[in-house]
Design a protein around this ligand. Structure first.
Ligand code: FES
Ligand SMILES: [Fe+2]
Length: 355
């Protein structure tokens, strides 16, 4: 079960070029993205309503798309506007269209009732297009349900073990405790969690040394502060300052990152990510962005290997229960509860509408 009335990231802006017929599946629905001549976007079901050929196999004609099988032509709102050999097009020849928004170099589609599309629910991934921050955009594909990846992102104690040689590097992260609060938007709705963790008296992450030239081996306080927003977007401010000189900016490292999870199907997930360094780091060492990206990809493959192995084990041993370990499972337990609340609210709303 998925929450329908939310925005889901379907693509990076650069993936959808001017003439593209870009297709990706979200919540098991194949969606066609097209950039219109004025640069704005349209999102349509990627199925011709005649014999269901994917329209992404057709051809662009201005702001319209012509099916590659028998030539039905659809406008960017999904209405069929031409049937070869027919003078009048029946109005029932149309396909579903989706509200679509582009923000911070991400393209979002609204998967629920179009009347309820609500931009107050878009995450603020500002570092993606702020000149003070630099990054390289990333994408991975997972063959696991998206909630298992949410679990991973909601408990950073795994940095000590999964990422010992990449992002983590010290067992103190797993021993520290995270603080969890509700994340509310101005109208009072809870849309996620605020999670923060402090780890004191630890060496600098080996990761930082890959982009911050000359970082000393001294003890640091590290911070991990993030919002985790429905459906599965992590917006993180993390870094560390040396305990001996907490105000020394040259020895302080700060990163902003964002990962977002979009279910492709019940058992597969799109994973979009970026980690941004300050422009000053990039100017000091222009290779920084590539270094960061390479380390991140290595680390995210560590996550992928771990979570995929976990998912296979869950499938292979369905009778075996997971046991809660409160210090690790607090945030992910809250988040799963929130997802269930939103799903239940949607199904009771559609039940009462059906009465
Ligand atoms: S399947 Fe598209 S026109 Fe026939
Ligand atoms: Fe991880």
């Amino acid at each position: 079960m998925f929450i329908r009335n939310l925005w889901y990231v379907i693509a990076w802006s650069h993936e959808v070029g001017a003439d593209a017929l870009f297709t990706r599946t979200v919540l098991s629905e194949p969606i066609l993205l097209m950039r219109k001549q004025d640069g704005s976007l349209s999102a349509l079901q990627d199925r011709c309503c005649h014999r269901l050929l994917p329209l992404s196999r057709g051809a662009r004609e201005g702001d319209a798309v012509r099916c590659g099988y028998h030539g039905l032509k659809f406008d960017c709102g999904g209405q069929c506007v031409e049937v070869p050999g027919m003078e009048r097009v029946p109005s029932y020849l149309k396909i579903k269209s989706y509200p679509v928004v582009e923000k911070n170099r991400w393209i979002f589609v609204w998967m629920g009732d179009p009347e309820r599309a609500d931009e107050a629910l878009l995450p603020d991934n500002f570092a993606n297009d702020d000149p003070q921050w630099c990054n390289k955009p990333g994408y991975m594909h997972y063959e696991v349900p998206y909630l298992l990846i949410c679990d991973n992102l909601l408990d950073f104690s795994h940095l000590s073990y999964v990422h010992a040689n990449t992002l983590g590097g010290s067992p103190e992260i797993a021993r520290s405790r995270q603080k969890i609060d509700r994340l509310l938007i101005p109208d009072g709705r809870q849309v996620g969690l605020k999670v923060s963790r402090r780890v004191s008296d630890v060496p600098p992450s080996p990761y930082w040394k890959s982009f911050r030239v000359g970082l000393r081996d001294e003890m640091y306080e590290r911070w991990f502060d993030y919002d985790f927003v429905l459906p599965g977007t992590l917006l993180m401010d993390s870094g560390g300052r040396p305990i001996a000189a907490p105000d020394d900016e040259a020895r302080t490292v700060r990163l902003l990152s964002c990962q977002t999870l979009t279910p492709e199907t019940e058992t597969s997930t799109h994973y979009f990510f970026q980690q941004s360094c300050q422009s000053a780091d990039f100017e000091r060492a222009p290779e920084t962005v590539d270094h960061m990206y390479a380390t991140l990809v290595r680390a995210f493959h560590e996550d992928q290997d771990t979570i995929t192995a976990q998912y296979r084990a869950l499938q292979a041993t369905p009778g075996m229960k997971m046991h809660a370990v409160p210090p690790f499972d607090g945030a992910l337990g809250h988040f799963r509860g929130l997802v269930e609340q939103w799903v239940a609210a949607e199904s009771s709303a559609s039940f009462s509408q059906g009465q």
